[in-house]
Ligand binder design. Sequence first.
Ligand SMILES: [Zn+2]
Length: 333
Amino acid sequence: MQQARKGSAMRGAIGVDLGGSHVMAAVVDEVGEIHGTFEQDIEDHTPASVVEILATVVRSAIESSKHEIAGIGIGSPGNIDPGTGTIRYSPNFGWENVPLGQRVRELFPKYTVFLGNDARCATLGEYVHGVGQGTKDFVLLTLGTGIGGGIVSNGILALGHQMGAGEIGHHQIRPDSGFVCGCGKVGCFEAQASGTGLIRHAMRLAPSFPRSVLLDVPREKLGSKAIRKAAQTGDQHALAAWTAYCDDLAIGLANVIAFVNPEVIALGGGVSSAGDFMLDRIKPLVELRTTMVPRGTTRIVRATLGNDAGAVGAATAAMRGGLLARLPPTAVA
Ligand SMILES: [Zn+2]
């Protein structure tokens, strides 16, 4: 545990994880530890309503904090201009050009406000305070409803020409035979290898397995966890879905290795809780598909910050004044 500096409160920031149906604000200190979270569901997606709910949880977090709050960092889905804090496009909210950062700044004029893409924020959090520590080349992939990701290359978080770097979920791995992706393309990595992808593999294979235990699960309750657990107990249908899923995941991971040659790829999100049951299966498949890059030089591990990565990363960005993966040498104590 870090000690607070004598005579002054420890520095911290408010990190906000803004999702399509839920918002969470956390008080996060300089070493990435969370000191209290405040959450609310989002039902009304109009910008005014989302801003109001967001402001409520942020206010609660600030009031609860014993830290010297350096700023408010918000990780939001969508393509975001971090300079202005404008959400250019967010499919989750159906927004275009919403100046969310500006609205929050008006409500909290005492604080600096940073707004960035949620997956990039999570990557920063995991890189600075999680399993990415000590590496220079790092990739985070969150296998949830979709696939969120981010790339750190030579110690710098890749943002891209128009903030689009790291959209790993939307490179196509099965353009001819895959599932339709939320983005409109066919066979995107996200469509095949997210938690939703696992469910779709199970659905597609269902006609071949009339005795599957998965058929006893009500359709609305058929989640990726139920499929993974059935696979672990040896159900043939679930195992076939799991095998198809891991094949697709491995294709994408080998592509990521070819693109950025990371030292570590961290897997987060619901499906990654399968742990070794997943890692033991995918590692040899990734090796098999790794060419040109020296084999066995990328470690594939589980992410360690879990659902907190986004809020921790957003707070870290607020404290650093942006998505800086590595502080300039002069700023390092
Ligand atoms: Zn896509």
